[in-house]
Design a protein around this ligand. Structure first.
Ligand code: ADP
Ligand code: MG
Length: 740
């Protein structure tokens, strides 16, 4: 399975599979499962196509027309294909008469074929842009175009249309479903039982009545009759859950054997003093979670806890109280933030909340006081030296920083607790690097405002205990959200008027844009269209800044721009000015997405809101309504009201329940995104498992895996399973584990 593909499919095809789909080994190819199966003659429902998708459809030619090009040599051939009901136009551009004749021989009205390409829309009509095709009865779809002549020559170009079931593979421009199918057939034909080690223990196979791996792979790729693939896919799906759960069980067992220094707060200590000066009562949720954490910290096994809480639920106070308990017990705590803006802000707010208690060694510092040090990558040499010294000497009980904290130069006297804020930006290695700075294993508290459905928690955070901080601090005002059509000038004007009203009432607003706008042409900054009307020009901070300067209702309003590519000092200066109320309207990218806390900001406008995910929008609007005044959020979109993306916006506008939105997000976006695959551009190793739908599979696998690992924690008796776990942890696969 680990064998490179070149040996079985030939170098050109192997190279193409690697380049286009990232498939390197026989195992990679065999785990590239069909995403759909077409029965013979069962055409794809063309009404279900979505703009922007790359699809492979089975359809019949309905009409063919050609005309010469006006400006250049060559022809335009308009082909319409149909599923019997919906029609989709395709356009081909043969360069010369020979190519035209070849195309006309293939495109016979009534003939079925596979067509593959990106779905575009032109004047409201769906079309396939630059499609590739493979017609029924042809030996090779597009000779030479995809570098697969060697396969055809081998006689491997079976006609998929003649077998009972036609697998449709996830494909891309340049690597078509039918080419993948041919390669899979070649590989399957030469594979022997001993080439395919079985990762599932016998006990598990027997318990579920699953077929062996080789049989399952054969049936998944080449079902002999319709429906035969189902049992195979069920097993392969379970296998994904099982291998993952085996790794998580191994981690849990390993953590259980580590020892940490128990940290108990002392009477009359820092925590007690802090609680006494707190200007508000803790919510019930904060008190409960605080007790859970205190109990964890008092144990000799390291804490490993995920704290989930809605934006504004008061996680920072909970974390600070845990840190103070550790300082009371003679240790230090580190707080890691995903961005400099957040690290600086955390440092500022912790220092402010602590007041005198953060003034150790200074005039007016309380007896029990400590210090809060800040370490970022961009701070000046002097400030950095000072902070490093405070961390190393133990003078700073709390050290706040970004990943710069992970650098070797940073020493901590006695690190007892690591708090990671908005952890999804931090990987396992970073976590381990930080823990390596402590002589004993430090306790770990991971905080996230992105509500995580239970099944996702079981997969991505399976080695963490979870706490949920429910309820918001009293006196919080709800956020009202509205979807606004950008094409409706009256509504848009009214919206800016609302922003004006907030500013006049002494409050502040964010205007969030999907792009910065300073991208060099063609650098993929996302704000320029390539081809197809869907690649619209997205609103940028630069464009909005210009727009607002002209907007009559915003005359005299103080504006500033904030985005990730500004120099750190400039960013910090803008954030400071906004926090101090010296800026009324902050035009920003999603740098304000997490944690930014300016309670006086009450209004947010999200430009091109359809370009953001559901959870992201929820996160974003959490920036307003953090104070006494009600928050308002406008979700602007140029799309018509019946577009699916607008339906999503409506859902976001309709509820403030983060957990409900997270579930919806999971359903609409699919796992790959949720597990981080899209962000990294890599393939997820979870190909079949769907964490929303397959909760019971995950739960079963979790139990089975725990049972197997309990008697064989290092998997000595299950080498194939150990191999599968190692494979799972390959960097390009393991990214979703990094979320834990
Ligand atoms: P989170 O990090 O969960 O988004 P924060 O910890 O930043 O939330 O808290 C948001 C705001 O609410 C802060 O200004 C904080 O001081 C305040 N806050 C926290 N806990 C309470 C409470 N129990 N009562 C009133 N205000 C609180
Ligand atoms: Mg926070």
């Amino acid at each position: 399975m680990a064998e490179p593909l070149a040996r079985s499919v030939g170098a050109p095809t192997a190279e193409a599979l690697g380049g286009h789909l990232g498939l390197e080994t026989v195992g990679d190819l065999l785990r590239h499962y069909p995403r759909d199966y077409r029965r013979r003659g069962q055409l794809t429902d063309l009404s279900g196509l979505e703009v922007g998708e790359h699809v492979t459809v089975l359809a019949r030619v309905a009409s063919v027309r050609h005309r010469p090009m006006k400006q250049r040599h060559g022809f335009v051939v308009d082909v319409v294909v149909t599923d019997g009901a919906t029609k989709v136009p395709l356009t081909f551009f043969p360069r010369h008469k020979g190519a035209l004749a070849h195309l006309q021989r293939e495109m016979v009205v009534g003939r079925p074929g596979l067509f593959s390409g990106k779905v575009g829309a032109y004047r409201g009509v769906l079309q396939l842009v630059h499609p590739e095709h493979h017609m029924s009865g042809s030996r090779d779809g597009d000779p030479g175009a995809d570098g697969t002549d060697d396969l055809a020559a081998e006689g491997a170009a079976m006609d998929d249309f003649l077998t009972g079931v036609l697998p449709i593979y996830p494909a891309t421009q340049g690597m078509q479903s039918w080419t993948v199918a041919k390669a899979v057939h070649l590989v399957l034909d030469t594979l022997r039982e001993e080439d395919v080690p079985e990762p599932l223990p016998d006990m598990v196979l027997a318990r579920h009545g699953f077929p062996g791996l080789l049989d399952a792979l054969r049936a998944a790729h080449r079902p002999g009759h319709p429906g035969q693939e189902e049992q195979a896919l069920e097993r392969l799906r379970y296998e994904e859950a099982f291998v993952l759960q085996a790794e998580l069980a191994r981690r849990r067992l390993r953590t259980g054997t580590q020892t940490a220094v128990p940290r108990r707060p002392v009477d009359g200590g820092l925590l007690a003093a802090f609680d006494q000066q707190l200007p508000f009562a803790l919510t019930d949720g904060q008190r409960e979670v605080g007790q859970e954490i205190a109990a964890d910290l008092a144990r000799t096994a390291p804490m490993h806890r995920l704290l989930q809480g809605e934006v504004g639920s008061g996680k920072t106070v909970v974390a600070l109280r845990a840190m103070l308990a550790v300082v009371d017990a003679g240790g230090q705590a580190a707080l890691l933030a995903p961005t400099e803006v957040l690290a600086v802000q955390h440092h500022r707010s912790l220092t402010a909340m602590l007041g005198d208690l953060a003034g150790a060694g200074t005039l007016g510092g309380a007896d029990v006081a400590t210090r809060v040090a800040l370490l970022t990558g961009s701070q000046g040499a002097r400030a950095r030296r000072e902070a490093l010294l405070q961390a190393a000497s133990g003078e700073a009980g709390i050290v706040v920083g970004t990943h710069a904290l992970l650098q070797d130069a940073v020493q901590l006297a006695d690190l007892g607790l690591v708090v990671v804020d908005e952890q999804h930006r931090f990987g396992v290695e970073q976590r381990d690097a930080l823990r390596a700075k402590a002589s004993a294993v430090p306790h770990l508290l991971v905080m996230t405002a992105t509500p995580i459905p239970r099944t996702v928690a079981m997969t991505s955070f399976g080695d963490l205990e979870t706490s949920v901080l429910r309820g918001l601090p009293a006196g919080r005002s709800p956020i009202a959200s509205h979807a606004v059509n950008a094409g409706n000038a009256a509504w848009v004007a009214r919206m800016w008027q609302r922003v004006r009203e907030e500013v006049e009432a002494g409050r502040q607003a964010y205007v969030v844009c999907p792009t910065i706008g300073d991208e060099a042409p063609g650098d993929g900054g996302g704000d320029r269209g390539a081809d197809g009307p869907d690649d619209r020009v997205l609103v940028s901070t630069v464009a909005v800044e210009a727009l607002l300067a002209e907007e009559p209702s915003l005359a005299g309003v103080r504006r500033a721009v904030l985005h990730g590519r500004m120099p750190p000092e400039a960013k910090d200066a803008v954030m400071r000015a906004f926090a101090a109320g010296e800026v009324d309207v902050l035009v920003a990218t999603t740098v304000v997405e997490v944690g930014v806390d300016v309670p006086n900001a009450t209004c947010m406008v999200v430009m091109d809101a359809d370009r953001f995910g559901i959870s992201q929008l929820h996160q974003l609007r959490g920036r307003v309504g953090r104070g006494r005044h009600p928050g308002t959020c406008f979700l602007l979109t140029p799309l018509p009201g019946d577009a699916p993306a607008v339906t999503r916006l409506m859902s976001v506008a309709a509820t403030t329940d983060g957990f409900a939105l997270a579930e919806l997000d999971l359903e609409t976006r699919g796992e790959g995104d949720v597990l981080g695959a899209r962000q990294s551009g890599a393939r997820s190793s979870l190909r079949l498992l769907r964490v929303v739908r397959d909760g019971h599979v995950i739960a079963d696998a979790r139990e089975d895996a725990a049972e197997v690992l309990a008697v064989d924690p290092e998997l000595r008796r299950h080498p194939a399973l150990a191999g599968a776990v190692t494979e799972l942890l390959r960097p390009q696969h393991g990214q979703f584990l990094e979320r834990g």
